[in-house]
Write a protein that binds this ligand. Structure first.
Ligand SMILES: Nc1ncnc2c1ncn2[C@@H]1O[C@H](COP(=O)(O)OP(=O)(O)OP(=O)(O)O)[C@@H](O)[C@H]1O
Length: 243
């Protein structure tokens, strides 16, 4: 379980970008984050993935505040939170499989990334993840020849290769056609329901959020202005995100 208490982020010498954000997330939750441009959505995900320092707040993971723990505990938490970018980088000349195995910068020794050498258990683990994403027939296809949706699903496999329990995804379906977007979001949903992974995804389109997420968090000007469970947003709530 994650408990985010009063997360505040201020850029040194600049304004507060996130202000006292507080919410809990439980195993298997699919949480959509919505808000206008510049409302702080990406910064929230980066803070959750510990890619950005918090100015203040408490980040409770299974009862412990990871911000107060030592370097190793922070590193361990970082490994448990996978960060999926809007357009994840895959090495275009390498196969989907190799990308899944060696692409996770920071988790794989540099010499193995450069040489592409793989251990048998790396291979089996990656193939298993690829198969679960329904991409077995694409495992040996070069990344440059994968469709946008396939690339995104391959990137999901890569994000999970180190056993993440939380997946934060920044606009994972932006630029995809509706069919591919459905496949990606269906994939994220099944990770929540079947494996208990917490997914926190920035989704621009309300209809995706309403169809797939259990809960919608709304940001405006760095503040949490909405926390809505299992229902469509009202017109008034939609306006809160725009003002
Ligand atoms: N490193 C930084 N230095 C200064 N300002 C920053 C920095 N990172 C983000 N910001 C500012 O913080 C605010 C929130 O940024 P963020 O990227 O989280 O917005 P967003 O909601 O994801 O927007 P969009 O939907 O347009 O991607 C913006 O005003 C942005 O300019």
């Amino acid at each position: 379980m994650l408990r985010i208490q009063k997360l505040t982020k201020r850029i040194p010498g600049g304004p507060k970008i996130l202000k006292d954000i507080t919410f809990d997330a439980f195993e298997g939750d699919f949480i959509a984050v919505m808000g206008g441009s510049g409302s702080g959505k990406s910064m929230l995900l980066k803070c959750l993935a510990l890619q950005e320092d918090w100015t203040s707040g408490h980040y409770m993971v299974d009862g412990k505040d990871v911000l107060k723990e030592g370097f190793m505990a922070k590193l361990q938490h970082k490994r448990q939170v996978a960060y999926l970018e809007e357009k994840p980088f895959l090495y275009p000349e390498k196969t989907g499989l190799k990308n899944v195995i060696i692409g996770a910068v920071g988790h794989t020794p540099a010499w193995r990334r450069w040489t592409g050498m793989m251990r048998n258990d790396d291979y089996m683990g990656a193939m298993d993840l690829i198969e679960k994403r329904g991409l077995l027939d694409k495992a040996h296809t070069k990344a440059k020849n994968l469709s946008g949706g396939e690339r995104q699903r391959m990137a999901i496999a890569r994000a999970l290769v180190h056993g993440a329990k939380v997946l934060v995804a920044d606009e994972p379906v932006s630029g995809l056609d509706p069919h591919a977007a459905d496949a990606v979001l269906g994939e994220l949903k099944s990770l929540c329901k079947e494996q208990g992974i917490i997914v926190i995804a920035v989704l621009h389109q309300g209809e995706w959020a309403e169809r797939y997420a259990d809960r919608i968090l709304g940001l405006n000007g760095g503040e949490l202005v909405l926390d809505v469970y299992g229902r469509r947003l009202t017109q008034r709530e939609k306006l809160l995100l725009e003002q």
